[in-house]
Write a protein that binds this ligand. Structure first.
Ligand code: CDP
Ligand code: CDP
Length: 224
């Protein structure tokens, strides 16, 4: 049975998933799950416990007992606000490394499903439509060209869209996407039942409106 009040948004790094998903959730009055934040928090927490990112059992234990509280815009890990600290590309790479470990993914599965409320949920990540919410009423594969995604990241952190630092962002993004697509467990992929939304030349407003339109269409089909 389909979950009528779940929208799953998957896609590569910096495609706009978080921004679009949070806006769609606000429009509908639904909850929002940033699943990538849980992988980033696990990587950071393990690092702070001096646990090697390759130690599957120990990292999975970290994932299973993450002392995290989401409080508005704040992300409290053991009481410390790490909302900024988890956004670095180094932590993103760590997240991608530990996300390839099956025990870590298993440890985070129920925690992600617990974000679903009666109101509904918009969830973003890599495997929202394939593993966490395969019954989602509406699935979106959100993407944009690597160049444009790197430009968006550069703007977010306040650096120029050319030069050595920019080239580094571009190559980091491409390397992480490649790793996320090639891993054997829950790889990043466009599912046959997902709508493809390329935001390379779309504004955030246009992307939000498109997701809401597809959701209404998918619901109309479900309710027939
Ligand atoms: O969550 P994800 O890594 O996929 O991306 P994001 O952090 O939501 O978006 C990356 C940046 O791209 C943000 O600064 C957005 O405001 C921007 N963006 C944009 O300029 N145009 C879009 N159509 C979508 C996102
Ligand atoms: O913001 P950005 O799109 O760059 O990354 P994110 O969504 O915060 O995810 C960070 C990393 O966590 C990704 O590169 C994936 O390897 C992993 N991840 C995952 O495997 N499954 C998810 N549902 C979400 C994130």
């Amino acid at each position: 049975r389909k979950m009528q009040k779940v929208i799953a948004i998957d896609g590569p790094s910096a495609s706009g998933k978080g921004t679009v998903a949070a806006r769609v959730a606000a429009e509908l009055g639904w909850a929002y799950l940033d699943s990538g934040a849980l992988y980033r928090l696990t990587a950071l927490f393990a690092q702070r416990q001096h646990i090697d990112w390759n130690d599957e059992t120990a990292v999975a234990q970290c994932a299973g007992c993450l002392p995290v509280v989401f409080d508005g815009g704040r992300v409290l890990l053991d009481g410390e606000d790490v909302a900024q600290a988890i956004r670095t590309e180094a932590v993103g790479m760590g997240a991608s490394a530990i996300a390839a470990l099956p025990k870590v993914r298993a440890a985070l599965l129920q925690r992600q499903r617990d974000f679903l409320t009666e109101q509904g949920l918009v969830a973003d990540g890599r495997d929202m439509g394939s593993v966490v919410f395969p019954q989602a009423a509406c699935k979106i594969f959100l993407t944009a060209s690597a160049q444009i995604r790197a430009e968006r990241r550069a703007k977010q952190i306040g650096i120029a869209c050319e030069g050595v630092a920019f080239e580094r962002i571009l190559s980091d993004i491409m390397a992480r996407d490649e790793a996320d697509r090639r891993r054997s467990v829950a790889p990043l992929q466009q599912l046959p039942d997902a709508h493809l939304l390329d935001t390379s030349h779309r504004t955030i407003d246009e992307a939000v409106r498109q997701v809401l339109d597809w959701y209404r269409e998918d619901c109309a089909v479900l309710c027939k």
